[in-house]
Design a protein around this ligand. Structure first.
Ligand SMILES: C[S@@+](CC[C@H](N)C(=O)[O-])C[C@H]1O[C@@H](n2cnc3c(N)ncnc32)[C@H](O)[C@@H]1O
Length: 258
């Protein structure tokens, strides 16, 4: 079971307040991190088959839709943000289906109606976790896959981790200030207009695995993904390269509904 944190148990908020900022930052096709790291890693675990029905939970503007459609699978995206869903419908018109809905209930999605589901960089913004996973289990067919890709919960804890430099060893290290206790973390206000604050829910890895098991999932694959460096290779300092290659940015899990 997920441990209690310092908050009420209402479900997490939509990103309506920061939708314009998020669209400006990530664009409709996703940021460079989405396109070159996160989406390929998630797709490798999800392996959608032709004509399979795939549900993208917390889909935002639908950055995952082109990859799912290119695999000749059927795409449905669901998000609580009306603004992001309106944008997704305009951009991916005709090819994909988008629903406004809450990940913690997945109403009005029918029981056992999807072959696979994905959380692309959304599970850490969705709360409560156990309700979201129970709902995902409900809408998946028996044997259905669930893939979640997140910023690595062991190394990338917002406001509670960061880089440090060991001058003696000429190394860059990762400092972790807080890990085992779940946290509800208000993120910085985004955009010049200070449009809104989103929340990120830190949970240790054991909480994800235990919550998956409690919802009837078995974890069957896991991938830890290093960060990319997008500049010219000769400009990347050695210490930064070593740290980047050894301390992962993303974690992806595939689980199967029993
Ligand atoms: C970081 S964005 C990721 C969006 C998209 N998957 C992507 O990678 O571009 C997190 C998304 O989770 C959505 N979200 C947060 N809580 C939610 C909930 N309870 N139900 C559905 N969506 C939710 C937000 O509206 C936001 O679009």
């Amino acid at each position: 079971m997920e441990r209690k944190t310092n908050r009420a148990r209402a479900s997490s908020k939509s990103w309506d307040a920061v939708a314009n900022w998020y669209l400006g930052w990530a664009g409709t096709e996703g940021s460079r991190h989405h396109r070159e790291l996160a989406i390929p890693a998630l797709m490798a675990l999800l392996a959608p088959g032709r004509d399979e029905n795939i549900l993208d939970i917390g889909c935002g503007a639908g950055a995952l839709a082109p990859a799912i459609l290119a695999a000749q699978a059927r795409y449905t995206g669901l998000d609580k943000s009306r603004k992001l869903i309106a944008h997704a419908r305009r951009h991916h018109a005709g090819h994909a289906r988008f629903l406004v809905g809450d990940a913690t209930t997945l109403h009005p999605v029918a029981d056992a109606s999807f072959d696979a589901a994905a959380f692309l960089l959304s599970i850490q913004d969705i709360d409560p976790l156990d309700a979201a996973l129970r709902s995902a289990a409900r809408v998946l067919k028996p044997g259905g896959r669930l893939v979640m890709l997140m910023t690595h919960p062991c190394f990338r804890i917002p406001r509670q981790s960061g880089w440090g430099r060991d001058e003696g060893r000429a190394l860059q290290y990762r400092r972790i200030d807080h890990y085992l206790t779940p946290l509800d973390i208000p993120m910085q206000e985004y955009g010049g207009s200070r449009a809104g604050v989103t929340r990120s829910y830190h949970r240790p890895l054991e909480v994800y695995v235990s919550a998956l098991a409690a919802s009837g999932f078995v974890v069957e694959a896991m991938k830890e993904i290093p960060a990319a460096y997008f500049g010219p290779p000769e400009k990347e300092a050695r210490a930064l390269r070593l740290a980047r290659q050894e301390i992962p940015l993303f974690l992806a899990l595939r689980a199967r509904r029993e």
